[in-house]
Design a protein. Structure first.
Length: 768
């Protein structure tokens, strides 16, 4: 017993945060196995789990799960940290994958970790080689908040050191855990699965298009020609998020390919998420295991680790983890998307029993240190080390949230896209609503499809793996804008009937400006190569017309889009030149009209007023023009002063607007006003770091939630939509596209602000 106690002496309670079975996910399996492995190795430790839920109702978890966190609900992270602290947990072990956690780049997790009092050990299931800025920032903060980072490949170790500048001593390598199974002959259980006397090829894991199984299927005819008794088992359910977004399209494609290749008698689809014991039996009967992934960016793979641990001969494509694990003769590597090479290697291994069995033994022997007993001991040793180090070197608390006044009293709602999807068909998003039902009478417009593309693009940048189906949605909206663009006139049409007939050849400058805004943001945010290419091409074509624009709102929309584009392609001289012209034009409009009493660029305030100072602030910041920044701050401060009463936001009403020297319309108050003011205040805060701008952004946002003249919420929590306006006699109950998209843009702007503030908080505050 003495040899075991050294791993965890003094540790009484360990909490593991991650997905958990029965949720169907590779990390859920890992977390469950880790908790069970730790419990078996150290039975006197209270080892339990806090499970991340991707749906509000959660899952029927076992008793080991003592706390559940809704991944998209910011307040749940605060409650979790309080629960962990009150529970006197000694160690928290986080299973990290960006998509498991809410907020931009999974940044909600940082709020939880920043309030914990005990040491944190974080296992990294993904380490990006070329991270977008917000992902790099989250990883940097995660490293700072963690006492130790655990990686499962040496490639990940190198990435952390070279790309993220994580100190070498902070990182430890521990193998991906595997069950401890005997080394058996593949023929032993084949009769149980109806493949007795056959050569068995196996791939298992949750199905998704990046698995590359089609390349194995295309290799089979050549293999079957020599080995007619071959059976290829494809074991695994479709990934739940893929199923939600795209249905079973990938599996159907594979099944169609099987029919086209006439190999149906040789391919067995097992559309199931199997338990560990049955999985080990499936692995046991395989003569060859293959992982034909399509991309190199896979830093770990539980399926590969399991296959090696059961002593399989393995053929894989050269993704990072496979290249490392299958070195020194422990497996064969074939090029990506090369069925011929796959066929050649399968045949060669089936031809050479001696070499195949030698490969099996090498893989099995190599992975003995990866069985869960050994992995659990390694984790316990790390836990003991960090606890000792924390005792000897106390660390300050990171209480980030206490420094953000707006967050302490206010939790953001979750992003809900049900209403957006309900209003989107194969043409695009419909304009208007009759209550919550799409009103097809008014058809579509470029204005709303541009706004919808903005939402889809921003959502993909900050939440790429959340199962929202945003890639598909962005394709619809991009397709609409492509069709809306009149190549001959180099301008966007705006209004389209439900029968898909354009009502004009050229839309307004404002509609064109919104399209530029959305396309520039799409260039900055979208990851889909086809969508990115189309956005870039259309953006450059549409840019030609804007030098002749004089509408201040159109100019402002264009400038925000241009700056987003330059975030991606900062060296584009032509776009920089246009940016200069348009920014100076907007600034001159302010200079030529603004007075001390009316610091505005027009004789009246009407719609989307916040967008002009927003564009001025952005341009001044990027162009290092302090005069533009100062003008933007003056105008925005004035807008807030005349639209704030009794501590709440009172936007200029659309029923008459507000002409200089004339009466001001109180109603109808429109969601677009609150949205543009939120975005402008966020930008002002980012530039000045003045807390009052943060508070004003939240005040304007709260208009949606009922902090307004009538104390009535415009946001509809049931549908995820937003009512069309605040009237003198109540709420306009219709939930049209403009209103709902304005809500989503405001919510995303604040979510990003909250995430940035968590990332920007100083590392050291009050000692614990």
């Amino acid at each position: 017993m003495t040899s075991v106690i050294k791993y965890y002496e003094g540790i009484n309670s360990v909490a593991v945060i991650g997905n958990y079975l029965p949720r169907q996910c590779g990390i859920a399996t890992f977390t469950t196995d880790l908790v069970e492995g730790l419990s078996a190795e150290a039975p006197d430790i209270n080892c339990w789990a806090a499970a991340m839920n991707d749906k509000p109702e959660g899952y029927p978890y076992p008793e080991k799960v003592r706390f559940e966190i809704n991944q998209n609900k910011l307040s749940d992270y605060s409650m979790a940290s309080q629960f962990l602290n009150i529970s006197q947990t000694d160690i928290v072990c986080v299973q990290h994958e960006y998509g498991l956690f809410g907020g931009p780049a999974g940044s909600h997790l940082l709020k939880l970790l920043g309030d914990l009092r005990m040491p944190v050990v974080t296992t990294l299931h993904t380490v990006l080689k070329d991270p977008p800025p917000e992902y790099r920032a989250v990883m940097g903060k995660l490293s700072e908040l963690s006492d130790k980072l655990v990686v499962m490949s040496h490639k990940a170790f190198d990435f952390l050191k070279e790309i993220y500048a994580v100190p070498e001593e902070k990182v430890v390598f521990i193998h991906h855990g595997i069950p401890d199974t005997p080394f058996i002959d593949p023929s032993f259980n084949k009769d149980k699965f109806g493949v007795e006397g056959k050569q068995v090829l196996l791939t298992f894991g949750l199905l998704s298009p990046n698995k590359g199984i089609e390349n194995v299927l295309q290799a089979l005819p050549a293999v079957i020609n020599k080995y007619p008794d071959l059976a290829y088992i494809i074991l695994g359910a479709t990934h739940p998020h893929i199923l939600k977004q795209h249905g079973d399209a990938y599996r159907i494609m594979l099944q169609q390919l099987v029919r086209e290749l006439h190999i149906g008698a040789h391919v067995i689809f097992q559309n199931r998420f199997v338990e560990l014991n049955e999985l080990c039996e499936f692995l046991g009967i395989a003569d060859i295991y293959t992982t034909p992934y399509l991309e190199e960016a896979q830093i770990t793979s539980g399926t590969l680790a399991y296959a090696m641990g059961t002593g399989k001969a393995i053929i894989s494509t050269p993704y990072w983890y496979a290249t490392e694990m299958l070195a020194d003769g422990r497996g064969r590597i074939v090029p990506f998307r090369d069925p011929d090479a796959m066929a050649q290697q399968i045949i060669d291994l089936l031809d050479n029993d001696v070499e195949r069995h030698a490969m099996r033994k090498k893989a099995y022997t190599f992975t003995r240190e990866a069985v869960w007993k050994e992995v659990a001991r390694n984790y316990l040793q790390v836990f003991s080390d960090v606890r000792q180090n924390r005792t000897q070197n106390p660390r300050p608390r990171h209480s980030y949230v206490e420094n953000i006044k707006a967050i302490t009293n206010f939790d953001l709602p979750e992003i809900k896209l049900d209403h957006l999807k309900a209003f989107t068909d194969d043409t695009g998003i419909l304009q208007h609503a009759n209550y919550t039902i799409p009103d097809r009478t008014h058809g579509y417009c470029t204005d709303d499809n541009a706004r919808a593309l903005l939402v889809a693009a921003m959502g993909q940048r900050y939440r790429p793996t959340n199962g929202w189906g945003l890639d598909s949605l962005s394709g619809h909206y991009l397709g609409f804008l492509l069709y809306a663009f009149n190549e001959e006139k180099e301008r966007f049409r705006n209004f389209m009937t439900y029968s898909r007939q354009w009502t004009e050849e050229i839309g307004s400058e404002d509609a064109h400006g919104r399209a530029i805004w959305s396309l520039g943001s799409a260039v900055a945010f979208l990851q889909n190569p086809g969508h990115l290419a189309m956005s870039t091409t259309l953006f450059k074509k549409a840019l030609r017309a804007i030098e002749n624009f004089h509408s201040p709102r159109a100019i402002a929309f264009c400038l925000v889009g241009v700056h987003a584009y330059l975030d991606k392609f900062s060296g584009d001289s032509d776009v920089r030149r246009v940016r200069e012209i348009m920014a100076v034009r907007l600034f001159d409009q302010f200079k030529n009209h603004a007075t001390d009493d009316w610091p505005w660029l027009e004789n009246a305030l009407n719609y989307a007023n916040g967008k002009m100072p927003h564009a001025l602030l952005l341009s001044g910041q990027r162009m290092q023009r302090s005069d533009m920044v100062d003008m933007g701050l003056v105008a925005l401060k004035w807008l807030l002063a005349i639209q704030t009463e009794d501590g709440h936001f009172v936007p200029i009403g659309s029923n008459g607007w507000y002409g200089q020297g004339g009466p001001r319309a109180r109603f109808d108050q429109q969601p677009i006003e609150a949205s543009t003011m939120v975005e402008a205040c966020v930008k002002a805060f980012e530039i000045t770091r003045d807390q009052s701008w943060f508070d004003k952004a939240v005040m304007c946002f709260n208009w949606f939630l009922g902090h307004n003249d009538l104390n009535l919420p415009l946001y509809d929590a049931k549908t995820g939509g937003c009512r069309d306006g605040l009237m003198a006699d109540g709420i306009n109950q219709n939930e049209g596209a403009e209103s709902s998209l304005a809500w989503l843009l405001a919510l995303m702007a604040l979510q990003k602000l909250y995430a940035d503030e968590i990332l920007n908080q100083p590392s050291s505050q009050e000692p614990d």
